[in-house]
Design a protein around this ligand. Structure first.
Ligand SMILES: [Mn+2]
Length: 297
């Protein structure tokens, strides 16, 4: 094979993964350095996310704050979505008043990520949510959150660990026959923990597939077989959890998942056939406007 052909095949095999910037840095939060750029509002994303996506074989596409119609155009051209960690989510989205211990929220970021999840669901794109990303996934599908987890489970486990993200601090039990267990092994995993909130009620078509010993839901996934997986820990900081990113990339590339439970694999195949309609026709025909009209409904 000629070198040019090799490069072409190689590039075709690497799916594009949209990864949102879930944090905003305000000018007052940025340290002005001599001869440096003057502080201004910035979008922020830990470099660990694009590194984990690239290492797993994907090409990260970093998504700033965009309008819904721009997000729709972007999602017509990517193959999967990664939702990173970030600040607490505004409780008004799921119809609750703010708790006294609610952390800082970012309404603009919430709006962008909720629109992105809905657009990704409409296109049946695979989704991996990390920490806040799992919570956004849940809320976008109509679920609710515990705003201040210690109110619910006490302080037996430090879900906001002081240790570095590469250090695991608590254990989770995983559900048999779950995609999580087939991806990372089971029945238990050691995880890090940096969350203030947690899932209270599950969003549409989501099931819990991991729990901390205090009962906190630590992972959710779509029960219809498509790869839609949220984990409450920071998998991007744990070398052993790279298979989560590899599963996202495989699903985004349309590669058959290895090692899935027979029932889940069968459901996955059926779903893949069904999803041929909206996503493929949108991509093949570049029918952006028609796709967006249908999506708005
Ligand atoms: Mn935790």
């Amino acid at each position: 094979m000629a070198p040019a052909d090799e490069i072409y095949v190689h590039m075709r095999a690497r799916p594009l993964i949209a990864v949102t910037t879930s944090e905003l840095r305000r000018p007052e939060d940025v340290i002005a350095r001599p001869q440096g750029e003057p502080p201004k509002l910035e979008v922020a994303l830990a470099t660990l996310y694009p590194e984990a996506i690239e290492r797993a074989g994907g090409v990260p596409v970093i998504v700033p704050l965009l309008r819904p119609e721009t997000l729709a155009t972007l999602l017509d051209r990517v193959d999967g979505v990664c939702l990173p960690g970030g600040p607490d989510i505004q409780p008004s989205i799921y119809g609750e008043e703010p708790h006294a211990q609610l952390g800082p929220t970012e309404p603009r970021v919430d709006a962008v990520e909720l629109a992105l999840v809905k657009a990704a669901d409409w296109r049946r794109l695979p989704i991996l949510g990390i920490c806040r990303g799992m919570q956004i996934l849940n809320v976008a599908r109509g679920g609710r959150l515990h705003q201040h987890l210690p109110d619910v489970v006490g302080n037996q486990f430090a879900h906001r660990q002081p240790q570095h993200g590469s250090v695991t601090t608590h254990r989770v039990e995983t559900a048999p026959h779950s995609r999580l267990r087939s991806t990372l092994g089971g029945p238990s995993l050691e995880v890090n923990s940096f969350h203030h909130q947690a899932v209270k009620t599950l969003g549409k078509n989501l099931v819990a597939t991991a729990w901390a010993e205090d009962g906190t839901i630590e992972a959710v996934e779509d029960q219809n077989g498509r790869l839609v997986l949220g984990v409450q820990w920071h998998a991007e900081g744990l070398t052993d959890h790279a298979p989560l990113f590899e599963a996202l990339i495989s699903a985004a590339a349309g590669v058959e998942e290895q090692g899935a439970e027979p029932a889940a694999a069968a459901a996955s195949q059926g779903e893949r056939r069904r999803r041929a309609s909206p996503r493929r026709s949108t991509r093949a025909g570049r029918m952006g406007s028609q796709g967006r009209l249908a999506e708005a409904g």
